[in-house]
Design a protein around this ligand. Sequence first.
Ligand code: FES
Ligand SMILES: [Fe+2]
Length: 359
Amino acid sequence: MTAQPMSAVTASGWQAPRPAAERNYPMNCWWVAAFADEVTQALLGRWICDTPVLLYRKEDGTAVAMEDRCPHRSAPLHLGCRRGDNVECGYHGFTFAPDGACVRVPSMKAPPAALWIRTFPVVEDHPFLWVYLGDPAKIDDVPPPHRLEWATDPSFAIEYGRIDINANYMLLKENVLDLTHFGFVHAKSFKITDWVDPPRLTGAGEVCGYHQSFSASPLPSIFAEPLGVPPGTPYDRENYGSFVTPALQIGAVDLIEPGKKEVTGRFRISHATTPIDGRSMHYFWVGGRDYGTSRDEMAAFRAITEIGFAEDETMIEAVQAMQDRDPRPTEQLEKSVKADGPGVQARRIVQRWMDRETA
Ligand code: FES
Ligand SMILES: [Fe+2]
């Protein structure tokens, strides 16, 4: 067995699971761990940023995140059981409280005080449960979890889902920052074929994004049908999105009747990509709109979204497989064009997150 190189220990005694040179995701960042309704009083084990994480709820409903690896002999704690608010390891019964203290070792009268397990801060904000796995001393230096205000706006209906994709999380980030892929990857599903020109690059500082204006363009059926206008009707669309943090990308489409100023329909989408490790991710998507909000119309939206995002999954996994198999360095082989502007910016921003972590 070859020993893995260890990452440096920070001044506060914290250590990343993997050295910064071997990853492109920052640890000092809030990541989406789960949809809040995935986390119940049952024990849920999930890998996040190369860290085994156990998620569950206490009896009062409060969510808990702790390391999903027993400090005795490495059993996954999610294979154990909940005893009140505590978790009992399924191997030899060591029991841990929600604050990480070991409260019981069945073979001893009292557990050693030095025996404990790491716990992680969580923030619940519909529909997400966010977790911070990084250096506790740096938590106040990073942006707090971004709120999806429209997700709780009563005039909106939302749908959401999770796809686990075998690809580095940045491949999905770049996918949703370059929507010129619509006419090819989603030609048969979303049928948005007028996204041809590169968008305007927007954003400042640690946020970057795109903005594309469509003027009196035939409205694709995916927007037209729930809006109640015939597909192909000339309509204005303002389509914009932002890379908010390495964890989250948000996008928006405002639909405007030509010649009018007010927005007649708002569509919002967010893409939270959480690395499982360097070659796989949990992709949490949330879509919402303030038109066509009936249950049947939203079911149709969910169905077409799942088809479209499966198309992205197939392409992104193929790209990852190509990069993995070809021994030549990807950065030397890939050529960027103007439409890659937001994606290239996003890579630079992520690099700055990494630099700050190792400074
Ligand atoms: S591995 Fe958990 S109690 Fe032994
Ligand atoms: Fe796509």
